[in-house]
Structures are given as C-alpha cells and as structure tokens.
Design a protein around this ligand. Sequence first.
Ligand code: ADP
Ligand code: MG
Length: 689
Amino acid sequence: MKLEALPGFTKNREKALHQNGIVSSQQLLYYFPRKYVNRSELHFVNQLDESSIERTLLVTIKQSKLAGIGKAKRLEALADDGTGTIKLVWFKGVVYFEKMLKPGKQFLIWGTVKRFGPYWSMAHPNMESLSDESQIDQHLRVFPIYPSNQLFEKTYITSAVLQKWIKVILEQYHPNEYLPQSILKRVHLFDRKTSLQHIHFPTDVNNWKQGQIRFKFEELFLFQLCVRKIRADRIEREKGLLFSTTSNLVSTFIKNHLPFELTAGQNHAIEAIKKDFTGGFQSNRLIQGDVGSGKTLVALISMLYAIDSGYQCAFMAPTEILAEQHYHTLFKFIEPLGLTVRLLTGQQKTSVRNDVLADIAGGTCNIVVGTHALFQNDVQFNRLGLAIVDEQHRFGVLQRNQLANKGLNPHVLVMSATPIPRSLAMTLYGDLDVTLIKDKPKNRKPIRTAVRSEKQRNAVYSFIDELLSEGGQTYVVFPLVQESEVLDLKDATQGFEHICARFPQYKVGLVHGRLSSEEKEATMQQFIKNEIQILVSTTVIEVGVDVPNASMMIIEHAERFGLSQLHQLRGRVGRGDRQSYCVLMKGEKLSKEGRIRLETMERTNDGFEVAEVDLQLRGPGDLLGTKQSGLPDFKFADLVNDQEILEIAKEEADNLLELDPNLELPEHQALKRVFDPYFDERSKFYFTS
Ligand code: ADP
Ligand code: MG
C-alpha cells in the first residue's frame, strides 16, 4: 500500500519519513521499536511497598486543589482505586490539568511512585482517560517506543501514530516466507508476518524478543550461507595440487636442524595442513595462534612439503620489518638444506629487484618472502604451489585471494595472531577452515604486566638497570597517534635522547616509520645480535618481531593504544627462557575505557580474553575495520551480543548446503530467489577478476 493512504498522513509527515530513509510502507514495518515499556500489569495502592518504581493504577479522582503560591504554584489531586488513596502532583500545566481532573472521572495512570508522609504519590503521571472500564484491556499492554528525532517530534509522529500506521500496513502485508519451514521449526522461529506482529504489537515482554530473533537469524543465516557456500564451492570446484607428504626434506629438517621439539599445537596444525595437501582440494586454511605460539615454524614446515614436491612458495608479511625478519629466520633454517629464499619488498633497488624477479620466474628460488610487493603484476612465479599470508588481519579478504590467483591454484595458508572472538572469526573467515594452536612452547613463563605512573618512572628505570646488568634487553615503545606524524616522531626521538642520557653505559637504538628500510633493518639486526640493548621504537615493531633475549617492554602512554595492539606489542617479549615483563606507563588522565584496557592487560595474558574485552569496548566494525575485513553491516544482528544465534545460523547453513548444495529442491526455491542476488553482491568481496 501507499504511504499516502495512511490515516493522518500529511506532506510534512511524508517529508519527515523521507528524511529518515522511509519511502515505502514496507519500510515502516521494519522500523523497529527502540525499547518497550511494560504496562501490562495493573497495580493497587494498598500493595505499593517500594519507592521509585514505575507502577500502573486505575484510579477515580476524588478532589483536586491548587497549592503553593506564585511561581511555586502546584496542582494536587487525591485519587482512589478502591484499595487506597494516592496523591497526584503537577508543577507544570497546572491550569490545563485542573480542568481535566473532574471528581468522579476515571483514569489509568502510570509513573514513578514515591512515599511522602501519609500518602503514596506520583508526580506528573502519564494518564489515559477511561470512560468505560471495559476499555482497560487495550491500555494494559506492552508499549513499543520507536526511535524518534526532531522531525518526527515536529510533525507529531509519535510512537502511537507509528503503531497505528503499522497496524494498517501489517493487515495488508502478506510476505513470502523464504526461510524453509524445517528451519523455522527447528530453530523455533516465528514466520515473517508473525514476527513483525510481535515486534510492533507485543502481547508480553518475551514475544517481541522472539520476533527480533527471527530477523537477526535471517540476516546471519544469509551471510553464513554465503560464506559457507563459497567455501563449499571451492572445495567442490578447485582441484588441489597434490604434495607428497612422505617428505625426506621435512624429516631431515626435524631430525637434524630443529633446535627444539614441536609443540602439540604445532603438530596438530601441521597434521591438518598435510591432510589438505593430499586431499585433492585446494586448501584455504587459517592457522590461528596467540602471539609467540610458533606459527612461523608451522609455515616453514608446510613450505618444505611444497618444495619437496617441486613447487615454489610465497610468504607474505604486512610490514617490511617483519618480511625482513622472516627472511632472516627462513634463511637460517633452510640454507643448510641447500634451498634458496629471496626477499622482495617495495623499497629495493631496481637491480636487486630484477634479480629477485628473475629468480622467481626462473624457478631457482624456492621461497620468496615479501610485502604487498608480491601482488604486483611483474611478479611471475615459475611453479607457485603454496601461498602463505602472515598476520592475516592486516590484509583484506581481497588481497588474500589476489595472491592465490598468482599460481596454479596454490594452497593458501593464512596465519593470524589476532585472537579474534569466535563469533567474529566465524563471520570473517567463514570461507576458511580454521585450526587453532592453543599452546605455546614449554619454556615460556607468563609475562608479568604492571601499570605504572610517571611518579614511579625512576623505579621502572632501576628495574631496567637490573635487567640489563644481567645481560637482558628491552624495548621502549611510543604510540603513533595518527593526527601528527611529526609530533609522534618528536615523542619517540625525545624519548630516545632521554633514554640515551639515562643509560649511558648501554647502546640505545631508534626505529620509526620514517627511516629507510636499510636503516630500520640495520638497527633491528643490531638489536637481534645484542649490539643494542635498548630499542626505542614506534609501533613499527608491533607485529611478529622476534628477539627472544628481549625480556622487557616499556610502553609509553599506554592508555593511547588499543587493547589488541597492546597485546600484540606485549607479544614481542616472553619469547625466551627469561621471566619477561611489560610495563604500561600511564598518563595523568585516564578515560574509563583507557582504564579498562590497562586493567585487562594487567589481569590476563590470554589473547582470547583480551579480544573479547576489546570487542565489547569497540564493537566489531572498529576492531577489524569493517570495509577491509569484508564484514557486512548488519541491520538487526549484533556480533557482540548475538553470538549464540550466529552459531545456530552457521549450523543451519552447513546443514542446508549438505542437503541441497545448489538450492534446487522445491522447498528452497523461495530462499534461492533471495539468496542468489545476495550471493552475487557479497561474492565481490571474495573474488577478483
Ligand atoms: P608467532 O606465532 O607469534 O608468529 P613465532 O613463530 O615468531 O611466533 O615464534 C616465537 C618464538 O618461539 C621463536 O623464537 C621461535 O623460534 C620459537 N619457537 C617456535 N616453536 C617452538 C618450539 N616448539 N619450542 C620452542 N621454541 C619455539
Ligand atoms: Mg608471527
């Protein structure tokens, strides 16, 4: 039906609706209440026993009178409900209400009751005049309160008006139910129309919730169906390269070149990857493990399988520092095996770059480690069989797939330390298979974290003295506040000078984003070799950097960092045998959120716990950057609070795809009509041409 056909519809009201994005009557049906007021229960004066709670009473006016003088004039009325008397008071609109309150008139009133002297009283009660007691049922119910704004207020589009309109529209609304009946039944969902009915005209405090669950489910279900289908299709369609997993290379490496034993988690991950390599399908697996869980080694062993089967590997890192570091680590491990690894970054000289490119194209290099530079068109592989993306959260879904397109449909392995809460991981990585590394190498002692203020700085420095005299090393990190790179730099540079002056007997280094990669690299190498004992840096060292002998980190202005960033930074220590420490230096003024962040860091080392708190504080979009992460904007669902519904949605999506992968059954045709365009739209995030 047309909006104009609604009772009491005017041009001004039309404008107000348009301004709020409502141009059709159907959209009004999906304009959901912001909250509900439960006025379904009638109370009695002689049962009131608690002050300051909202109550609903049916009363008859006994008498009313003006009290006070001048500006302080007020209207008082005594009203009776058969069980007792309550006093009603008005300080405003005195004249208006005085006319209304004829003795003997009956009103349904609701508001906050308070005890004053001999009477219970209610100030400025909401009231509904009742000429006839039989009307009472339609007034005793749960009332929806709709989101309002200035335009709505100006044109008197009140909750009551909206409800009246919606009632008319809903009567003529006969939507197609596209969710399969079997799912509605199993998940106990109302059909679309009933859900709307309950949301706008709830009969009790629970059925509107049930109504909303339906729409949350629907939204999450479509999304899950989409990512799970992408995954299922890939498995179905993409033939995977077959690697030999009885690799001599791997066994030699583990036997002769590995200085420690693999953890159970590492073994578990490697088993899963091996299975992918021999399964005949192209794999797309996420290895998720907290910082320091040893993901690089898992990557390396996976690469050895690929190399032994005659393929090349690409290993992509989000920053140059990290790419360089991976390069050195891999070099150290694989050179003794007679293999070649090369580094490709954006900052290399043309001659070096050309040489690397030739090596990659010619097939003489087994592994190439690099940054985004790996995406570029002139990077041609000879036989790319495995692409690994480190610290996946830094890259969007798009980029992940871009790399995969470079070879012969290589296996793809992504590694992430961002301990993403389960709900988010399911949404973001629904198209991936996920393996968790739950443990860390045995020798690790939990990092001790403490918050310190400026007053305690000297004590903190004495602590560093002690650590350094025992041969340890420390990081001092300054935040990068985007607004002014220059100022940030000043912060770090000043910090550097200050530290140099305070610790004259030690060597202090400085790295920040403005340095060339050679300069950064040179300083990092010195730190790794313990030629530098204190490394002052901006957050360029945030991800992945691995210097086991560095057992202490001071984070300046710690309150300015996000929680997951703090956790990532802290992950730079606690990588060796030493007891490690993380000191969070806090500023004078802390916001409430800032305090929660620091307290959380002090309380736990568990990345998942940190992530949950972060999700609560920031919301999912902000946590990962909605756009680049490929996360949709949900209208009804909320990834923080609707995790349970999400789980069920995923399960149902998987069930459905197993039963009817292409939605061909007659009972799925309605769903198919909705799903197909949705899928086309969403797939853009996953496939590039
Ligand atoms: P992350 O998972 O954060 O990428 P890394 O791969 O950088 O972790 O590993 C952290 C450190 O732990 C490295 O110094 C690495 O050599 C070491 N390491 C990895 N696996 C083991 C193991 N099984 N036993 C002992 N140390 C290990
Ligand atoms: Mg790593």
